[in-house]
Design a protein around this ligand. Structure first.
Ligand code: HEM
Ligand code: HEM
Length: 199
């Protein structure tokens, strides 16, 4: 139940996926809104929340990656074509990379800014700045990198979500169910013919 099997994700992977996924989507919305707010006090507070949740994603993703390495990955359904498999696995790899690169470039924005505003993670811990160049040019570079990576990953996430819905409602396989509950996927298994091959 806790660990992944070759048929379904376990409870730990499922919790990691949904908690990190929901915070990630929230971060895109918060990031977009906070840079467009004109009230300075509100903006300062939103930046602190954004940075705090960003570090939370970074920390959780490190544990998630360790868990992934220590667990088998559920098999792909037989109905998936080679192209679909490459697209799905490519999207997952990009999303995994984004979970690290987006917060790290965000950290670089805060660390390279000549304003040197400290990050108070959830008002509990002060996060140190990265040892990188502090200048307007460096800040502009990291800001552009952070924004591009964030919106690019949002685009891939939308494609990923549409693919999951496509599997559930059109293909009618257990792909979405096995990311919702380790046992619910089993009840769909008759409709979900697994290959003997590993993914
Ligand atoms: C996965 C986590 C994160 C996501 C999805 C994310 C996403 C975003 C987005 C969409 C923006 C708005 C970009 C724009 O429209 O210009 C933004 C801005 C920003 N983010 Fe993040 N971010 C994350 C983590 C972080 C972290 C960890 C930090 C800092 C420690 C950070 C610092 C910033 C800063 C300072 C800005 C404002 C840049 C500016 O001045 O325009 N972000 N972020
Ligand atoms: C909220 C809507 C979302 C839905 C419906 C959804 C659905 C799914 C499903 C069904 C799987 C399992 C695919 C399989 O069995 O091969 C999956 C895996 C995955 N999802 Fe999502 N997802 C969502 C959001 C996100 C977000 C926002 C991210 C990342 C930022 C994300 C990252 C991933 C990754 C990295 C995997 C691969 C897991 C692994 O193999 O270890 N998902 N998703």
């Amino acid at each position: 139940m806790l660990r992944n099997s070759r048929e379904s994700f376990g409870l730990v992977s499922i919790l990691f996926h949904w908690i990190i996924g929901l915070i990630f989507i929230g971060q895109i919305v918060l990031g977009y809104l906070m840079v467009r707010v004109s009230d300075f006090t509100l903006q300062f507070s939103l930046y602190q929340w954004h940075k705090s949740f960003g570090f939370l994603i970074l920390g959780l993703s490190a544990f998630r990656l360790l868990w992934k390495v220590a667990n088998p990955r559920p098999r792909d359904p037989q109905s998936m074509s080679p192209v679909e498999r490459v697209a799905a696995h490519g999207a997952h790899t990009i999303l995994y990379l984004s979970l690290f690169l987006v917060p790290l470039t965000g950290w670089a924005v805060a660390s390279s800014s000549p304003l040197q505003i400290p990050t108070f993670m959830f008002n509990l811990v002060v996060i140190p700045q990265l040892p990188i160049t502090i200048s307007d040019a460096a800040e502009a570079f990291w800001t552009a990198s952070h924004a591009w990576l964030a919106y690019l990953s949002a685009f891939v996430a939308v494609a990923h979500i549409l693919a999951a819905l496509h599997h559930h409602f059109w293909q009618r396989d257990a792909i979405l169910m096995r990311m919702l509950s380790p046992t619910a996927a089993k009840s769909r298994q008759e409709a979900f013919k697994l290959t003997g091959k590993s993914s």
